[in-house]
Design a protein around this ligand. Structure first.
Ligand SMILES: [Fe+2]
Ligand SMILES: [Fe+2]
Length: 193
């Protein structure tokens, strides 16, 4: 049996600075609320959420090869910026840290929380939304949060988040990852997780 949420929380805490831990707890709270709202399992959502950034400070130039060795496809944007692979690294270590073999959808959810993907599943969608909106995030105000949370579906919430991100990327001259563009386009044409 996998370790409990509280035990996982302690493990994550030993890997993260206080501020990142506070963020992770915020993501867990919002994830549980979203799961309740969409009639999903809130304990699964918070288990995934508390773990999503556990390897946020563990990436270096060796991480792309390490992930490939563990069967993970590395996107070109991740190759150029290995920090983006912290979700992939968490996916590699999730079973070992949880002390059990977890269902694949747990690992897909943490793997894709950084760039988003059409393979992240409903729990990945929840983690992605909660990661962007948790109360500690200062790039959003109440109106922005209201704009996102008033969407009737998880898919529409992600479209709204990606619209905000896209205008931010445009302002700072950053290019969106191919996997994110594919997700956005699929969502716009009616894709459901
Ligand atoms: Fe993250
Ligand atoms: Fe995060």
């Amino acid at each position: 049996m996998a370790i409990s949420y509280t035990e996982l929380c302690d493990k994550v805490q030993s890997r993260l600075p206080e501020k990142r831990m506070r963020h992770s707890l915020g993501v867990a709270t919002v994830s549980a609320e979203l799961a309740d709202r969409f009639l999903l399992d809130s304990s699964v959502a918070s288990y995934i959420a508390i773990y999503h950034d556990a390897y946020r400070y563990s990436c270096d130039e060796s991480t792309p090869d390490y992930c490939r060795k563990h069967g993970i496809d590395v996107f070109p944007e991740e190759e150029n910026e290995p920090m983006l692979l912290h979700g992939a690294l968490a996916a590699v270590h999730f079973d070992e840290d949880a002390e059990d073999s977890l269902p694949d959808f747990y690992k897909l959810a943490v793997r894709h929380h950084t760039l988003g993907s059409d393979e992240m599943g409903v729990y990945g969608a929840i983690c992605y939304i909660a990661d962007y909106t948790e109360p500690g995030r200062k790039h959003l105000d109440d109106d922005d949060r209201q704009h996102i949370f008033s969407s009737p579906t998880l898919e529409e919430m992600i479209i709204r988040i990606m619209d905000m991100q896209r205008s931010y990327f445009e302002r700072v001259g950053k290019k969106e990852a191919v996997v994110s563009i594919r997700l956005y386009e699929k969502l716009k044409s009616g894709f459901r997780f």
